[in-house]
Write a protein that binds this ligand. Structure first.
Ligand SMILES: [Zn+2]
Length: 284
């Protein structure tokens, strides 16, 4: 997938060794369409110090509307210090390190993350990098061996903790690591996609639990349940769909007229009683 290129002046030239890490960042800016383009290239990321810029750059910038390429994939970008820069491709996202999960998973936030994660999956495929979150030990190992099969996804904070050369802590504990990985795995075909039958029983569960006339609530709920189930493939495999549908309906607040994503999340946690297998130990 080719993204519009708004090329940064600040970069480190061609990679000497192919990178095996994908570093996820937050820009410390609101989730807003048009922001990626407005910050790319000569505008902020990529503006050299001689022109009053920060001297930073990044491979890709993401907002709810589009992704922009700031540094070509075969060049080193200045996004996470040394030694991380020479070992990674970087992705900046609208959003703040201090965001809660709820602030990340707005419709705009999810649109941005899905687009980014889908693209990341193709970057991993091209470089032979597994689509997974790395532990700090795995980040250190990947940086040491530089083998594609030891690589994966990590955060700017993980780079700071495992490799040093930077002190940033983004994208923060509220970033939806499970959903992001689910999107990326969807794009690789590595997860089990939801079938029409799956969607039908999820729909049925929500219809039991909510007044079906409230379509906005219903759509939010269906999307939330889908994303949760994608990040729990093991749980899904063991599910009895009718039993889960019924249990979710029972767990949701009775007669709620303002069903939220948090309500559905709580209901799913109550029903499934399991943690997502996705995660990162360096997200704080
Ligand atoms: Zn960062």
């Amino acid at each position: 997938m080719t993204l519009p290129l708004i090329e940064a002046a600040a970069h480190g030239g061609p990679f000497a060794v192919p990178p095996n890490l994908i570093v996820i960042h937050s820009m410390e800016a609101p989730i807003k369409a048009g922001l990626a383009r407005s910050l790319a290239g000569p505008n902020f990321f990529g503006k050299p110090p001689s022109a009053g810029g920060p001297g930073t750059s990044v491979h890709r910038l993401w907002d709810p509307a589009e992704g922009i390429q700031g540094v070509p994939n075969d060049h080193i970008a200045y996004h996470c210090g040394a030694p991380g820069n020479a070992r990674s491709e970087g992705d900046e996202h609208c959003g703040y390190t201090a965001y809660s999960r709820a602030q990340w998973i707005t419709p705009d936030g999810l649109a941005m993350l899905r687009r980014s994660a889908t693209h990341i999956a193709s970057r991993c495929a091209e470089r032979g990098i597994p689509v997974r979150w790395l532990s700090l030990a795995q980040v250190a190992k990947a940086a040491d061996t530089r083998r594609p099969q030891d690589g994966g996804l990590c955060t700017h904070n993980d780079i700071a903790q495992a490799l040093g050369g930077t002190t940033h802590t983004d994208p923060g504990a509220g970033f939806p690591y499970d959903l992001y990985l689910g999107y990326a795995r969807d794009a690789t075909g590595g997860d089990v996609p939801l079938t029409d039958t799956d969607k039908a029983w999820i729909t049925g569960a929500l219809n039991q639990a909510t007044n079906r006339a409230v379509s906005a609530r219903y759509d939010t709920g269906a999307a939330t349940i889908r994303e949760f189930l994608k990040s729990w493939p093991a749980a899904r495999a063991a599910l009895n769909p009718q039993a889960l549908a019924s249990a979710v309906a029972t767990a949701l607040p009775a007669g709620s007229s303002q069903l939220t994503a948090a309500d559905i999340e709580a209901a799913l946690l109550a029903v499934l009683g399991d943690a997502p297998e996705a995660g990162t130990d360096g997200s704080g």
